[in-house]
Design a binder for this molecule. Structure first.
Ligand code: SAM
Ligand code: SF4
Length: 500
């Protein structure tokens, strides 16, 4: 095939990608659900909120009710240090009520960095001719999993794809199936990836059905910015990603395809952060109203420097650390039931500070070069990566620190495998019942990880946490204790993947 012919095929592929029939039916009066006037009005009206009003809002968060735009705007506008401290304490209390002291860990796995889009902020943009492009073969994917599941001990992944015919739905399905197949012998049992979450471009309903069939966890797509004009400027028209609405309604299509576990997000640093928080809350509320279930996770990455991508240093909206902490606090209060993901884009100290404000999931031992888990040389050059990482600590180090701070690391993947997703899990989370299953599964999976992968110092501190958790179950959920002890002993003998 000649290069021109390939180019032509690529153009046709791009042209047919957006399915307007799968978007237009959701519009009202030709408008999408991001009403910018409403957001700006809420921000203006919420200026200098009264302390009594703020405390009433905090009560609503504590009752695990989603806040509306006016309430969220009021919280965003709080500047009084005492009131801000109350907000932070309430955010921590909300997190404790829904997720207790559990932190879920995962690893991102970049499978292909070919991309037809040209997002101004991304190292994979098509204009970046200095980027080294690569798509992993199935054997290479398996080699990555051998390290992730067999040496590091991860059980959950988020797989990441650029948008390109080489990494289209068939490739996604094949790679995910291959990931689930790999089983590696460990010290006492078997290492295996049990949950694959997906960060992929917006897909059609048909392709989303295929993802559902192969058995994914969360389908995650970030809107990047909810501000229409900014979106247009940063995602050149004529590219697939240039279509704001195709992206905005991809979670509606996911629900149509039977995927009720979705993750939304914003790339903070592209536009005004207060506007973006209200965009996220609007999106969460629309999903609750339209699909009967809100987002399972919210992500809030900050724009990071990327090699050969000048925009990443020039954006006037880059978010300061203090504002970032406020974003985390307000999101926890505004969408109290949702999982909140903080990635290794942030430094170790920023992660330390924000975990207490409401974060529920973090990555560790992270490598974002393509093929970089099994071949370390792939990580060393900026031109092979999408952006530069802030926290490069190992999973063992991160777990040790979490344990020192009183957190138990959970590798639980039970939820989607026993049908606790979507509306069902939302209800369980809101009423605190999911917490009971999660607590038991955190203990079992942490036992597995300590026995198979922990260093001696991590093992020692991990035992303290696990004994404390066992005591809590005995005291607070005595009905489940004997059943837990039975499973716990079997896991300690080397049996794997037992869950409630
Ligand atoms: N291609 C898919 C897409 O755009 O949705 C998924 C992969 S993309 C690599 C995943 C996410 O990385 C994007 O949604 C964006 O938010 C984030 N990202 C891109 N450039 C970044 C940068 N310079 N700093 C931090 N995050 C970035
Ligand atoms: Fe491609 Fe996603 Fe990067 Fe945009 S953000 S250039 S779509 S990989």
């Amino acid at each position: 095939m000649s290069i021109t012919h390939n180019k032509k095929n690529l153009e046709i592929w791009i042209k047919n990608r957006v399915r307007h029939d799968q978007v237009d039916k959701y519009l009202h009066d030709q408008k999408d659900f991001i009403d910018e006037d409403k957001i700006f009005t809420a921000l203006e009206a919420g200026k200098s909120p009264d302390a009594g009003y703020v405390r009433d809002i905090l009560k609503k968060s504590l009752a695990i009710e989603t806040l509306n735009l006016d309430e969220t705007a009021a919280l965003l506008n709080v500047t009084d240090p005492d009131l801000l401290a109350e907000m932070r304490q309430t955010a921590a209390a909300v997190k404790k009520k829904v997720y207790d002291n559990r932190i879920v860990t995962f690893a991102p796995l970049y499978l292909s960095n070919f991309c037809v889009n040209n997002c101004l902020y991304c190292g994979f943009r098509s204009d970046n001719i200095l980027a080294r492009r690569r798509t992993l073969s199935i054997d290479e994917v398996k080699r990555e999993i051998e390290v992730l599941a067999g040496t590091i001990g991860h059980k959950r992944l988020i797989v990441v794809y650029g948008e390109h015919p080489q990494s289209d739905i068939d490739y996604m399905v094949d790679t995910i199936a291959a990931i689930y197949e790999v089983k590696v012998k460990t010290k006492k049992g078997v290492g295996q990836i049990r949950r694959v979450n997906v960060n992929a471009p917006p897909l059609s309903v048909e392709s989303l059905r295929s993802l559902k069939e192969v058995g994914i966890g969360t389908y995650q797509v970030f809107q990047e910015t909810y501000h229409h004009d900014t979106y247009r400027r940063l995602h050149p028209q004529g590219t697939i990603k240039g279509d704001y609405r195709w992206r905005l309604y991809c979670m509606h299509r996911a629900f149509e395809a039977g995927i009720d576990d979705v993750g939304i997000g914003v790339l903070f640093g592209l536009y005004d952060w207060k506007f973006e928080v209200l965009g996220l809350v609007t999106h969460a509320r629309i999903l609750e109203a339209h699909c009967g279930v809100g987002p399972h996770t919210v992500s809030f990455p900050r724009l990071e420097e990327a090699t050969h991508i000048p925009f990443t240093l020039q954006s006037k909206y880059r978010v300061r650390d203090e504002d970032f902490k406020k974003i985390v606090t307000v999101l926890r209060l505004a969408i109290p039931y949702t999982g909140m993901i903080l990635t290794a884009r942030e430094t170790a100290s920023m992660r330390r500070e924000t975990i207490g404000l409401g974060v529920t999931q973090i990555d560790a031992s992270t490598r974002i070069g393509i093929g970089a888990y099994s071949d370390r040389s792939e990580e060393q050059e900026g031109r092979r990566q999408q952006f530069l990482l802030g926290d490069t600590r190992s999973l063992d180090e991160v777990i040790r620190e979490l344990a020192r701070d009183g957190y138990i690391t959970s590798f639980c993947t039970a939820g989607y495998r026993c049908g606790r997703t979507g509306e069902c899990i939302m209800e369980l989370l809101k009423t605190g019942k999911e917490g009971q299953f999660c607590k038991l599964n955190a203990i079992l999976t942490f036992r597995e990880w300590l026995d198979d992968f922990a260093s001696k110092p991590t093992q020692d501190i991990g035992e303290e946490i696990i004994n404390k958790e066992l005591d809590e179950v005995k005291k607070n959920i005595p009905g489940m204790y004997p059943h837990l002890v039975e499973y716990y002993e079997r896991v300690a003998q080397g049996e794997r993947d037992l869950y409630f």
